[in-house]
Design a protein. Structure first.
Length: 157
């Protein structure tokens, strides 16, 4: 009788601590930051940055935040397409007559994070193609995008 009681207590203890809560407590998003640097005073005068419209025609809910960095430049954070090695971003403004398009070519790597979190996607930026309507040039500051490290592209207008 005593032996079966110990086994029962042991099994109860083991089953309580072996169950997971099925909640992902780890970071799962790989984010690319676009830093907008406006050097053209005519764009500043028409409030180009204040009236930005940025979207991807391929998927919804890709844009996460618009903030400012230490220099006062606008910073946009978003996820790249998990379905394709190409991500297209359209940049326009309410006061602009044209729009610019960024096409970001990447290498993707799908990684199993955990049972609770599932798979994550890491990216390596190969190339960024862009139109020259308002964008003057770009600079890729960080081409590796993981859950621990954001990528960064600076856009000069």
């Amino acid at each position: 009788m005593r032996f079966s009681t110990y086994i029962f207590i042991f099994l109860m203890f083991f089953s309580v601590f072996s169950c997971s809560d099925d909640v992902c407590n780890e970071e799962t998003e790989s984010t690319l930051n676009l830093v907008f640097i406006v050097n053209d005073t005519s764009l500043t005068n028409i409030d180009f940055i204040d009236n930005l419209s940025i979207y991807s025609p391929e998927w919804t809910d890709s844009i996460h935040f618009l903030d400012e960095n230490e220099s006062g430049d606008a910073v946009l954070g978003f996820m790249l397409s998990p379905y394709s090695d190409t991500s297209e971003i359209i940049i326009t403004s309410k006061n602009a007559t044209e729009k610019d398009t960024l096409i970001i070519l990447t290498q993707r790597e799908q990684i199993f994070l955990s049972k609770e979190c599932g798979f994550i996607m890491d990216f390596l930026i190969d190339t960024v193609l862009f139109t020259l309507n308002y964008i003057d040039s770009i600079e890729i500051n960080e081409d590796e995008i993981t859950t621990a490290k954001n990528g960064e592209i600076q856009l000069y207008f």
